[in-house]
Design a protein around this ligand. Structure first.
Ligand code: ADP
Length: 368
C-alpha cells in the first residue's frame, strides 16, 4: 500500500511516503508562514510535497494528531464528524491540534479522492484503567472540563513494545514491557499484553519525566506560589514550565549531549540535572514494575534512550535485587539487548519509528 504520512506542526510539515514498509521519499518543510520561510502556509507546504514526490496510486494519507481526547481509542478514518471532534479538542492541545487540523483540511482539499486517516498520540493509552487516568480532584470539575490523564507518545510506545516482544520471541499478547521514550519530550509506559496500563504524561505532555525543556512532575503548589508570591502571570508560568524548565532550566542547555559533556567535566549543575533526570526514570520504572507485577523487558528508545549509554546505566543502577542489570560492553555498543545473559528482566535498546507505525495503522484501518 502506498501511504503518505504527514506530521503537521504549527510551523513545519514532516512527510514520509511509504510503499508498504519501504520509504519512497521523506522530507521536512520548515518555518511555514515566517518571513524568511520557504512557504506561506500549510496549503503551500502540501503543494510543495505533492510536486516533489510521485503520489500516483496513493492509497491513503495518515495524519499524526497529538490529542484525541477520550474520543479516539484507535486510528480513525477522517470525515466531517472527526474534524469537528478534533476541533472541539483544541482547548486540550492549543499548540498542536490546530496544526494537524490545517494539515487534514489541506490534504482533503488537494487530494479529495484519497482516504485520510487520523492517528492519535493519545489513542494507545485509552486502555489505561480509570484509576490510572483519574486525578483526585473535584469529580464534577474534572468531568466538566475533561480533566484527566490522557498520555502521549502512544504510537511510539505501541511500536516499541511490539518490537520488544518480537525481539524477546514473546507473544505480544502476554509480554509485560516498560517502554522509556526519551527524546526532547520524554515519557514512560507500562504495557501489559500489548495494552497501555500506565503512562507518565498526563492531561498534557508536561507531566512525568524530566525533559529537554519541560519540568515533568511537580507539586501544583509551585504554580500557585509563582503566581501569588512571585507575581508571575499564568501565561508566563506556563511558558517557564514548558520552555525554560527540565534540562534547560537546570543547566541552561536542553541538549543531553552537552549536559553529559559538562557532567563529565564535573560541572555541578549538569551533574545535578543528569542525576535528577535518571532518578526520575528509575522512580517510574519502580512504579511500573509494581503496576505490572513483573516485567519481561525494559526498552529504551528515542534520541537519549537510543544513544546515551550513560543515561541507561544510571537510570537502572542498583536494581539487581529486582532482576534488572546492564552489561557494560553491550550497553557501550548500544546492542539491541544490553542486559547480561540470563537476567530476569531483559533490558533493550529499540529504535522507535513513529511514521512507520502510523503507516501500519493507516493500512490496518483501510483493510478493515
Ligand atoms: P524528538 O523528541 O524531537 O523526536 P529525539 O528523539 O531525536 O527528539 O531526541 C532528541 C534528544 O536526543 C536531544 O536531547 C539530544 O540531545 C539527544 N541525543 C541525541 N544524540 C545523543 C547522544 N549521542 N547522547 C546523548 N543524547 C543524545
Amino acid at each position: 500500500m502506498k501511504i503518505l504520512v504527514l506530521n503537521s506542526g504549527s510551523s513545519s510539515v514532516k512527510y514520509r511516503l511509504f510503499d508498504g514498509t519501504a520509504t519512497l521519499a521523506k522530507g521536512l518543510i520548515e518555518r511555514i508562514g515566517e518571513q524568511d520561510g520557504e512557504v506561506a502556509d500549510h496549503e503551500a507546504a502540501l503543494q510543495r510535497v505533492m510536486s516533489s514526490v510521485d503520489l500516483a496510486g496513493l492509497d491513503a494519507v495518515g495524519h499524526r494528531v497529538v490529542h484525541g481526547g477520550a474520543e479516539f481509542a484507535e486510528a480513525t478514518l477522517v470525515d466531517d464528524v472527526l474534524v469537528a471532534t478534533v476541533e472541539r479538542l483544541v482547548p486540550l492541545a492549543p499548540l498542536h491540534n490546530p496544526a494537524a487540523l490545517s494539515g487534514i483540511a489541506v490534504a482533503r482539499k488537494l487530494l479529495p479522492d484519497v482516504p485520510q486517516v487520523a492517528v492519535f498520540d493519545t489513542a494507545f493509552h485509552q486502555t489505561i484503567p480509570p484509576e490510572g487516568t483519574t486525578y483526585a480532584i473535584d469529580a464534577s470539575l474534572a468531568d466538566r472540563w475533561q480533566i484527566r490523564r490522557y498520555g502521549f507518545h502512544g504510537t511510539s510506545h505501541a511500536y516499541v513494545a511490539r518490537k520488544t516482544a518480537e525481539l524477546l520471541g514473546l507473544p505480544s499478547a502476554t509480554a509485560k514491557v516498560i517502554t522509556l521514550h526519551l527524546g526532547n519530550g520524554a515519557s514512560a509506559c507500562a504495557v501489559d499484553g500489548g495494552r497501555s496500563v500506565a503512562t507518565s504524561m498526563g492531561m498534557s505532555p508536561l507531566a512525568g519525566l524530566v525533559m529537554g525543556t519541560r519540568c515533568g512532575d511537580i507539586d501544583p503548589t509551585v504554580i500557585f506560589h509563582l503566581h501569588r508570591v512571585a507575581g508571575l502571570p499564568v501565561e508566563e508560568i506556563e511558558r517557564s514550565l514548558t520552555r525554560s524548565a527540565g534540562m534547560q532550566g537546570l543547566t541552561g542547555d536542553n541538549d543531553m549531549r552537552s549536559v553529559e559533556h559538562r557532567w563529565e567535566q564535573g560541572d555541578p549543575a549538569a551533574t545535578l540535572a543528569f542525576d535528577l533526570y535518571c532518578r526520575r526514570i528509575k522512580e517510574y520504572v519502580g512504579m511500573y514494575l509494581a503496576v505490572l507485577g513483573r516485567a519481561d523487558a525494559i526498552a529504551f528508545t528515542a534520541g537519549v534512550g537510543e544513544k546515551s549509554p550513560e543515561v541507561r546505566a544510571a537510570s537502572l543502577a542498583g536494581l539487581t535485587a529486582l532482576g534488572i542489570a546492564i552489561d557494560e560492553d553491550r550497553n557501550a555498543r548500544s546492542d539491541r539487548i544490553i542486559s547480561p545473559e540470563g537476567a530476569a528482566v531483559t533490558v533493550c535498546v529499540v529504535p522507535t519509528d513513529e511514521e512507520l507505525e502510523i503507516a501500519g495503522q493507516v493500512a490496518a484501518v483501510l483493510s478493515r
